[in-house]
Ligand binder design. Sequence first.
Ligand code: URA
Length: 236
Amino acid sequence: MERLDKILASQGAGTRSEVRKMIWAGKITVDGELCRSIDRRLEPSEHEIAVCGVPVCYRKHLYIMMNKPRGAISASNDSHVQTVIDLLDPSLRRKGLFPVGRLDKDTTGLLIITDDGAFAHAVTSPGKKVFKTYRATLDGALSEEDVRCLTEGAVIDGGEKCLPAQVAVLEEENFVYEIKIREGKYHQIKRMAQSVGRRVVSLERTAVGALTLDSGLARGEARELTEEEMTLPLIN
Ligand code: URA
């Protein structure tokens, strides 16, 4: 059982004090009955709460897919630089949202945003080894020997050894490759490319586990994961 003001604030209806004012102003109904008591306790999934007559679709956690644009940073807040959370439409905002893992400022593509710590841990935990798929445009072609180095486990600067990656050619003439990795080391794809004498010109994440980037989402756009997507095996 939770307090009504806390439930509404958790669903993005406003800050705790904004929500209280709405309750006092008689804008909230519970199962069709006006409720002016901020400390009313209820089980949110068992009642229909409405704000100004519009039902609140209660969700314990939010799971969002964003097509990250260049320039935004994978953080929850920053006083100087635009974060991925700043880009969210107000209808998707709520307290506690954070990006699941990090993409570099200049990397685009699939980023999951949630307020569910256990889910984020399951996806990013090194032990789970979830495959992340990238479309990498390089400054030149990979030789067979380069591909062998990457697929056997690149040794990146400082002597750190990566787990074996999967590499496929997407556009030979434009040096575009699909690279799948099971870790999330700092600048990993860029450092892997560097280890075979190549530079990443652009990088887009296209999938996390079996969840693929919705091609209908423009850069900077986001939407909730569908029920079907929520059932996909993120963990391979
Ligand atoms: N590897 C990188 O180099 N950058 C990213 O953003 C993700 C993977």
